[in-house]
Design a protein around this ligand. Structure first.
Ligand code: G6P
Length: 612
């Protein structure tokens, strides 16, 4: 969480920093700040969004060609001006921006208070910057870089930090453990950021920092070391993204743009991975490890939020087609509950950002236990992608809306391909079934385009339900995780309390909630559960609940039963989630717009949760 940007070069640093903060704002938007270095260190920070900071700075001195900036998602200390970053050390020698959590900050703070340090904020970050200053002041021979390394050796927790020192205003020092940092290489200039989004408009040459790396960055020099002061080999990578991906274009919100991108992103996910005659799937990133996956005793899929919902669909797909036992776990539970893991297990982490702290930690734990660890990530070069033994990128392009949409359908597409490839390799799927499923997968983008044309109709239905206080989402089989995802979308962006439930479980509790005030969204399709879902709808109707049903086209029976329906084209049950989720994304979007909510920056949330 939190977005960091730093710059050293010849450009007007303030413009680079403020533009960078705007691109990074999806990572946190409780407060923002900049430190501009000219002959001194000028720090400006404000509670609220980057736009508030911009207004506040309008008449301030921002001349300079070096600086650091931060947009915050609060962990320690409430979101206010004093807790905003950058933080300054007590004597004003160091300024820092930080993403992560210093877990032993309370003990360190006590020690520093004993040494006479006075604190202005409630943050763990201010402790770290004072610890750096403390070591710096121990001896004249201690440089800023040495002081930072000494301080970091005392820290327990996670950090991505960028630091400037008043006495050494010709360099920026960055270090990472657990929280991502990437350095963009320009001509006579360097950029440092939490992710590549603020860098891409200047350069596509980047170096991703690894844990325990310390980078010393001058205008014309980049030195990479580790925390023990040994030099570290540098790998320069080329970014494969375009600036257009970071713009909203004609759309009012990133979320809407990303919903509408799904026909393309799903095609991008399977492009090049299916043989031209559609008789085989090639997942290049898994080639070397495929024999091991095929023989896995079981597959455990871990993730958080929307990625966890995709994992559930993966479980249904892999068990049905590849007949390998699958367990799906919340990464945050898995990492702490002492699971039994063996070398025959395969653990797959699903993560859009590839940076979610719980998923990353769960993966590392599984690796230590000897399991083969794989990743399904969207962000190329992300921590999870680099930690895993092998993996598959989703290729959905940059996702900026905090509520995940196109990443979800891309993850489900990868899982579909994985299940089918495993089934084929194990020789337990007929060639006809395999080819017909692949052909249907190819038709999904066009079918989504059809659903997207109903966008304004969905808006009309949303008008009817916009004042609901609660909502229930029900689904069975492959559509149960879709019900969970639909409920999550509504919760995240419109703040309506919504619960997703397996429809068969309704009578074991949620039915007590049903009255004329609660809309019940039923995700139904004409699969083996059709009669059962019809019964569930009747149970709701009998209790005066309003039904909004996602139905297959031509399903007049459900159309008559339901108060409102969202039609989706017919599809094989295993592929139906890719269609059924689309109207639910749009429904949540319109409800949130009608309620006046901030779509791309919902309260209290952030896109990438790099803290526990
Ligand atoms: C946050 C985001 C969600 C996302 C979840 C997992 O909560 O707001 O949209 O699903 O993290 O993120 P990941 O990047 O690991 O998929």
């Amino acid at each position: 969480m939190c977005g960091i940007i730093g710059y050293i070069g010849e450009k007007n640093v303030y413009a680079v920093l403020i533009n960078g903060l705007k691109r990074l704002e999806y990572r946190g938007y409780d407060s923002a700040g900049v430190a501009i270095c000219n002959s001194k260190l000028n720090i400006y920070k404000q509670q609220g969004k980057v736009s508030s900071l911009e207004k506040y700075i309008a008449d301030k001195d921002v001349a300079g060609t070096m600086g650091i900036a931060h947009t915050r998602w609060a962990t320690h200390g409430e979101p206010n001006d004093k807790n905003a970053h950058p933080h300054l050390s007590m004597k004003g020698k160091f300024s820092i921006v930080h993403n992560g959590i210093i877990e032993n900050y309370a003990d360190l703070k006590k020690d520093l208070i004993r040494e006479g340090v006075k604190f202005q904020s409630d943050t763990d970050t201010e402790v770290l910057v004072n610890l750096i200053e403390y070591f710096y002041d121990q001896d004249e021979s201690v440089t800023a870089e040495m002081a930072i390394r000494l301080a970091l050796s005392k820290v327990v927790g996670a950090y991505g930090i960028v630091v400037v020192c008043r006495d050494e205003l010709n360099k920026i020092i960055a270090a990472r453990k657990g929280s991502p940092l990437v350095i963009g290489i320009g001509r006579g200039e360097y950029f440092i950021a939490s992710d590549a989004s603020p860098i891409i408009e200047y350069t596509n040459q980047v170096v991703y920092l690894n844990d325990y790396d310390v980078a010393i960055i001058g205008k014309d020099t980049l030195i990479l070391k580790n925390i023990e002061n040994s030099s570290v080999a540098m790998t320069i990578q080329k970014l494969d993204m375009s600036i257009g991906e970071m713009e909203k274009g004609d759309f009012e919100h990133f979320m809407l743009k990303e919903i509408f991108e799904q026909p393309k992103t799903i095609s991008d996910t399977f492009r090049g991975r299916v043989s031209p005659d559609k008789t085989d799937i090639i997942l290049g990133g898994l080639l070397d490890v495929f024999p091991k996956i095929e023989k896995a005793r079981r597959i455990i899929i871990i993730g958080c939020g929307t990625s966890w919902h995709a994992a559930l669909i993966g479980e249904y797909l892999i068990e049905e087609y590849a007949r390998i036992s699958v367990e799906v776990e919340y990464a945050s539970e898995f990492r702490y509950r002492k699971p039994v893991l063996t070398k025959e297990d395969v653990v797959i982490a699903i993560s859009q950002s590839g940076e979610t702290a719980d998923t990353l930690a769960a993966l590392k734990m599984a690796k230590e236990e000897g399991a083969l660890i794989l990743g399904i990530c969207n962000v190329v070069g992300s921590s999870i992608a680099r930690e895993t033994d092998a993996g598959v990128y989703t290729h959905a392009g940059v996702e900026i809306g905090v509520a995940s949409t196109k990443a979800f359908t891309a993850q489900v597409t990868v899982l579909t391909m994985l299940a089918l490839k495993l089934a084929k390799t194990k020789n337990i799927i007929s060639q006809d079934t395999f080819v017909s499923l692949i052909k249907e997968l190819y038709e999904i983008p066009e079918k989504i385009k059809t659903i997207l044309t109903t966008h304004l109709y969905i808006k009309k239905v949303a008008e009817k339900y916009k004042d609901a206080v609660n909502a229930l989402y029900l689904g069975r089989g492959y559509l149960f995780p879709v019900a969970l995802e639909g409920a999550l979308k509504l919760k995240e962006i419109s703040y309506v309390h919504a619960e997703g439930y397996a429809a068969g479980e309704m009578k074991h509790g949620p039915i007590a909630l049903i009255d004329e005030k609660i809309p019940v969204v039923v995700v139904a399709s004409q699969d083996g559960f059709y009669e059962k879902i019809v019964s569930n709808i009747q149970e709701v109707k009998a209790r005066k609940g309003d039904i909004i049903a996602v139905v297959s086209e031509g399903d007049n029976h459900l159309k008559e039963l339901a108060d409102d329906t969202f039609e989706i084209p017919k599809a094989h049950p295993a592929l139906a989630p890719l269609l059924a989720v689309i109207p639910l994304q749009l429904f949540a979007y319109h409800i949130a717009v009608l309620r006046g909510c901030n779509i791309d920056q919902p309260r209290n949330l952030a896109k990438s949760v790099t803290v526990e």
